[in-house]
Design a protein around this ligand. Structure first.
Ligand code: 5AD
Length: 352
């Protein structure tokens, strides 16, 4: 006998059991209702604006060995580059002239960017330009994170990757699951708007752990939640594994939409990107679908063109130019999503 369709969510609190139900269902009507409901929650709490962020990948060096990531230290195939302060400030200036109100600087875990170096970069940007400053430089000691906040950075991104401690340990040699989450707590205490996220479809990931991830976003009061697909990278030790297709509903892009929608319903007033990795997986439909299932943020790549192809977290063939093509990218986005791009900084404002 066919199981009855679960009625669409009516109240906005979903239990862990509800989350599991929606992660596992294969009923297209339930999913359509879920996406529509999430879109309504997005509209109610966040309005229609799509917040565009400028993403600058300033270094492809990384001291870590994460098993899924092309930037891992021992990958000989990755070409390494670093932007110096002068290059970064020139690129930020261009981005601000282009119209960006958020600059997110991202890097592998690269000790080249010392407390002093980053402090100096943040101070210069804060003084000279009118943009919110976000950082994603990995796990750093609390006093360092506080210093960068005091210099003017207001956002910090560090994904917890998976809430399954065993899977975390397997994928991150030499790293500590508890420490990762402690950094998120420290960042909140300092006063950052904190970004976290997971990869969806990791080999060994379970539905239960994804439900736990969503609960964790809520419990840690994460401000920005980026959940993208795990993209198979043949340059990594995970090259011989594929996501467990028995246990994970395919296609993966649809699974990403479920998590996007559930994050929206559970956390309500957070910033949720249509992730870059989803765009790589589904270039035509990814952003549009995520933006109609709860997402309200997109990132444009503003890394200088000479180096951007070397930031090889996962294989990528198409590179957009967030500076030269800003206007057309923005227009296309607005047309696809049928919503306007925001004109402000896109800070998270609590509404609950
Ligand atoms: N597929 C998708 N996302 C990846 N990341 C790293 N490797 C991959 C991959 N193969 C993501 C991780 C990390 C960020 C830098 O990139 O979530 O936090």
């Amino acid at each position: 006998m066919k199981k009855p369709t679960k009625p669409p969510p009516t109240n906005k609190t979903l239990s862990r059991e509800d989350l599991l139900h929606y992660l596992k269902t294969s009923d297209p009507k339930e999913l359509a209702d879920l996406y529509r409901f999430a879109d309504g929650v997005r509209k109610e709490y966040m309005g229609d604006d799509i917040h565009i962020r400028g993403l600058m990948n300033i270094s492809s060096y990384c001291s870590r060995e994460c098993l899924y990531c092309g930037l891992r230290n021992s990958n000989p195939a990755t070409i390494r580059y670093r932007m110096e302060e002068g290059d970064i400030l020139a690129a930020v200036e261009q981005a601000c002239e282009t119209g960006y109100k958020t600059i997110l600087m991202q890097s592998g875990e690269d000790e080249f960017y010392t407390e002093e170096k980053v402090a100096s970069i943040v101070r210069a940007i804060y003084k000279r330009f009118d943009a919110a400053i976000g950082l994603s430089f990995g796990e750093r000691p609390a006093p360092v994170l506080r210093r960068w906040f005091d210099e003017g950075a207001c956002r910090y991104l560090i994904k917890h990757e998976t809430s399954d401690p065993e899977l975390y340990a397997k994928l991150h040699p030499g790293m500590d699951y508890g420490k990762r989450q402690a950094v998120l707590v420290t960042l909140k205490e300092i006063g950052y708007q904190v970004g976290s996220g997971i990869m969806i479809g990791l080999p060994g990931q379970t539905y239960e752990s994804v439900a736990d991830d969503i609960v964790l976003f809520r419990d840690l009061d994460i401000d920005m939640i980026g959940c993208g697909p795990y993209i198979h990278n043949p340059e990594t030790p995970l090259k011989h594994t594929t996501p467990d297709r028995e246990r994970f509903i395919q296609p993966l892009d649809e699974y990403v939409l479920r998590v996007t929608a559930l994050n929206r319903i559970v956390t309500k007033d957070t910033m949720i990107p249509a992730t870059t990795a989803l765009n790589v997986l589904s270039p035509e439909t990814g952003a549009r679908d995520a933006l109609s299932a709860g997402a309200n943020v997109v990132m444009f790549d503003i890394t200088p063109t000479a180096v951007k192809k070397h930031y090889t977290i996962y294989p990528k063939t198409a590179f957009s130019d967030g500076i030269a093509d800003y206007t057309i990218l923005k227009k296309n986005l607005e047309a696809k999503a049928r919503r306007p791009a925001g004109t402000g900084y896109g800070h998270r404002e609590k509404k609950r």
